[in-house]
Design a protein around this ligand. Structure first.
Ligand code: ADP
Ligand code: MG
Length: 260
């Protein structure tokens, strides 16, 4: 289970800002500024930084939910930055995402069975009764029974909804999952359950995580290495213990000082 899975190089993304009218030119916010990172197969890399530092944009660029202005994303040996059509679909089948707010990322009009099996359907990996069977199997892995298949997201608690999000992310057996603040909307006791579940699933299936959070305590708990983001750039990447013992960047030191 060793070897490189993902290599991101010099990724850049700017968003147009309001204003600039009087100067007669558009102004831009560099949300992601020359970001480079890499992930080994089966590894968890933590990506930490304050709100607005560009973490979610990095995740969305890797997943191709957004297109980069420049830079490259090499995933399983293929540069996915400019892939289109069937090739992009194939690469995407191997990458999934769990967002912070399961309420908004789970379609309230769909049954849990249809939500969980959707990646298989979109990717053409299963159809008919097999969709339901695979959804049930994936739900079982996150601790939810087959009675959930015909129910709707609003019938579940926040922690259960995040389990459903995980079941959907893992149903197509991805090599890589972006976890974007997956526990930030949950109570502390439920957070721990979801983080432990994430770890158990990874130990069993061997996928890698990019674990995004503003909360260094949470990131420390799940990651062997941590990248620290500040104003769109990664200012430091280090093994977790080293980062805590000898932080190399002033911003990392400030972040550590705020950890209880
Ligand atoms: P984080 O996830 O670290 O909180 P984001 O990646 O969401 O940060 O955002 C980084 C910066 O880019 C923020 O200033 C945010 O307001 C801005 N931003 C993010 N998405 C967009 C968008 N679609 N259009 C304009 N600005 C955006
Ligand atoms: Mg974010």
């Amino acid at each position: 289970m060793s070897g490189e899975l993902l290599r991101v190089e010099n990724l850049c993304k700017a968003f147009p800002l309001g204003g600039g009218f009087l100067e007669g030119k558009k102004r831009w916010l560099k949300a992601v500024d020359r970001v480079s990172l890499h992930l080994e197969k089966g590894e968890t890399l933590g990506l930490v930084g304050e709100s607005g530092s560009g973490k979610s944009t990095v995740g969305n660029l890797i997943l191709r939910l957004l297109d980069a202005d420049s830079g490259s994303v090499r995933f399983e040996g293929v540069d996915v930055t400019r892939l289109k059509g069937a090739e992009l679909t194939r690469a995407r089948a191997r990458m999934q995402v769990v967002f912070q707010d399961p309420q908004s990322s789970l379609d309230p009009r769909m049954t849990v069975g249809n939500i969980v099996s959707l990646p298989l359907k979109i990717l053409g990996l299963a159809k008919g009764g097999e969709l339901r069977e695979r959804a049930a199997a994936s739900l079982a892995e996150v601790g939810l029974g087959p009675e959930c298949l015909d129910r709707y997201p609003h019938e579940f608690s926040g922690g259960q909804r995040q389990r459903i999000g995980l079941a959907r992310a893992l149903v197509a057996d991805p090599a890589f999952v972006v976890m974007d603040e997956p526990t930030s909307a949950l109570d502390v006791s439920v957070q721990a359950q979801i983080l432990n579940l994430m770890g158990d699933l990874q130990a069993r299936r061997g996928h890698a995580y990019l674990f995004i959070s503003h909360d260094l305590t949470v990131v420390r708990h799940v990651s062997r290495r941590i990248a620290v983001m500040y104003l769109g750039a990664i200012v430091e990447t280090a093994p977790t213990e080293k980062l805590f013992e000898t932080p190399g960047h002033p911003y990392t030191r400030a972040l550590l000082a705020s950890v209880p």
